[in-house]
Design a protein around this ligand. Structure first.
Ligand SMILES: [Zn+2]
Ligand SMILES: [Zn+2]
Length: 248
């Protein structure tokens, strides 16, 4: 039997079991990068903004419309999921870098590309990997475990995210949606990818195992479906989370 727990998706692409999942650390170098992102024109757009540290401090505000720099892509957001991480940001239990536009599970259409972008073009249907900035030099980055980079700035918490009309992403964080995947479903690509990683790579589940998934939130539901798709017809969802229940 394998038991899988995920509390949110934004760190789930690669899980470091030694790092507390919820912490209120400040991002190391986010400020100047955030300012660099505010490379705006004169237009503004409505966005959901964590405008100051502390509990709450989230509001819909007019924010400058961004434009893509070198190697960046501008996406018109079609859908953006509300993640458990967003709730943690509301309660200030998850690191954030205000003022920052939140939202990191999105789909959308490319409306502009910056200089040097060649694998993405205007009109493409896409989703975004939320490791918005990583150092590219540390052991984790060099091994491809970018979600563990200590300098990581995440889309929608460290850098501006997708609860807005437009979002900016690095070209290498763009993934194309197949034609048969709707924008609505495409917004779940990133949490689904975390669940695939949890089931297929981190827990060593194989076909025929009996699988118990605790916590029937969106991540739990996706994880159970992935386990089933991996050949585990005996996938069970536990209707409570052991952290919150005497019933366990
Ligand atoms: Zn998420
Ligand atoms: Zn790094």
């Amino acid at each position: 039997m394998c038991v899988t727990q995920l509390t949110g998706c934004i760190d789930g692409g690669m899980i470091d079991p030694l790092t507390p999942r919820i912490s209120v650390q400040k991002f190391p170098k986010g400020r100047d990068i955030t300012q660099a992102r505010l490379r705006e024109g004169k237009e503004t757009m409505k966005a959901l903004v964590k405008y100051a540290s502390g509990v709450g401090n989230i509001d819909v505000r007019e924010m400058p419309e961004p434009s893509p720099g070198e190697g960046e892509v501008k996406v018109e957001v079609k859908y953006c999921g509300i993640c458990g991480t967003d709730i943690h940001i509301y309660h200030d239990h998850y690191k954030n870098n205000p003022p920052v536009i939140i939202g990191h599970e999105c789909s959308g259409q490319v409306v502009e590309v910056g200089p040097g972008v060649d694998s993405v073009k205007v009109g493409d249907r896409v989703t975004v990997i939320p490791a918005a900035y990583t150092c590219g030099r540390c052991r984790y980055c060099l091994e491809g475990h970018v979600f563990l980079c200590e300098e990581r700035l995440s889309f929608g918490s460290g850098l501006n995210g997708a609860f807005a009309k437009y979002a900016i992403a690095r070209e290498k964080n763009i993934r194309h949606l197949p034609d048969n995947v709707s924008y609505k479903a495409g917004a779940l690509s990133e949490p689904l990818a975390c669940c695939v990683k949890a089931v297929s790579f981190l827990t060593g589940v194989s076909a025929g195992d009996v699988v118990l998934v605790t916590g029937p939130g969106p991540i739990g539901l996706l994880t159970a479906q992935v386990a089933k798709a991996a050949g585990n017809q005996n996938s069970h969802l536990c209707p409570f989370h052991p952290c919150f229940s005497d019933q366990s």
